[in-house]
Design a protein around this ligand. Structure first.
Ligand SMILES: [Zn+2]
Length: 175
């Protein structure tokens, strides 16, 4: 089973640049991935758009099992020149989580033709600790690309369909 959640929510839009809100982008990507994975027979669980992070974590924690994949979608933000994809894992990530994260980062970077910033531990994130890493399962937090970078978002828009197919392929290969 794949727990696929959209980072941020209705009351917390996340990063906002050039009129685009992170929370809207994560919902759009979550829904497209869920549709494709479901069509391929994978069981996917989504968060609700108005849940905050604590609610999402609480709901996942009621259901998730050690072999389930827990994927939270985000878009990065920074200086205009900051670019690329990165995937966070828990500080105590196991081999399954590291392989999944590495595969997602390299796949996204090569589909979008952006820098692969690689796999990072949660202690290297701006929050130091990521709540989405706590429910039982194989947890990854994807920063797809930089919403603050025009090139990243241009590539994201241009290759959205292929990105969804390739991300779904990676996720399916690990469940
Ligand atoms: Zn975010």
């Amino acid at each position: 089973m794949i727990f696929l959640t959209a980072g941020h929510h209705r009351k917390d839009p996340g990063a906002t640049y050039n009129g685009r809100k992170e929370a809207a982008e994560t919902i759009c990507l979550r829904n497209a991935l869920t549709k494709l994975l479901t069509e391929k027979g994978v069981i996917v669980w989504n968060d609700a758009d108005d849940w905050n992070l604590s609610r999402t974590i609480a709901e996942i924690s009621k259901l998730s099992k050690p072999v389930d994949i827990i994927t939270d979608l985000h878009f990065n933000a920074g200086a205009p020149s900051a670019t690329g994809c990165e995937v966070f894992v828990a500080d105590d990530a196991d081999a399954h989580e590291l392989v999944l994260a590495k595969s997602l980062a390299s796949t996204i970077a090569s589909v979008l033709l952006i820098r692969n910033r690689g796999v990072k531990k949660e202690s290297n994130s701006q929050h130091k600790r990521l709540g989405i890493m706590r429910p039982i399962g194989r947890n990854v937090l994807i920063e797809v690309c930089f919403i603050s970078n025009n090139y990243d978002m241009q590539q994201y828009d241009a290759f959205f369909g292929l990105l969804v197919e390739e991300m779904a392929r990676v996720l399916m290969s690990k469940v």
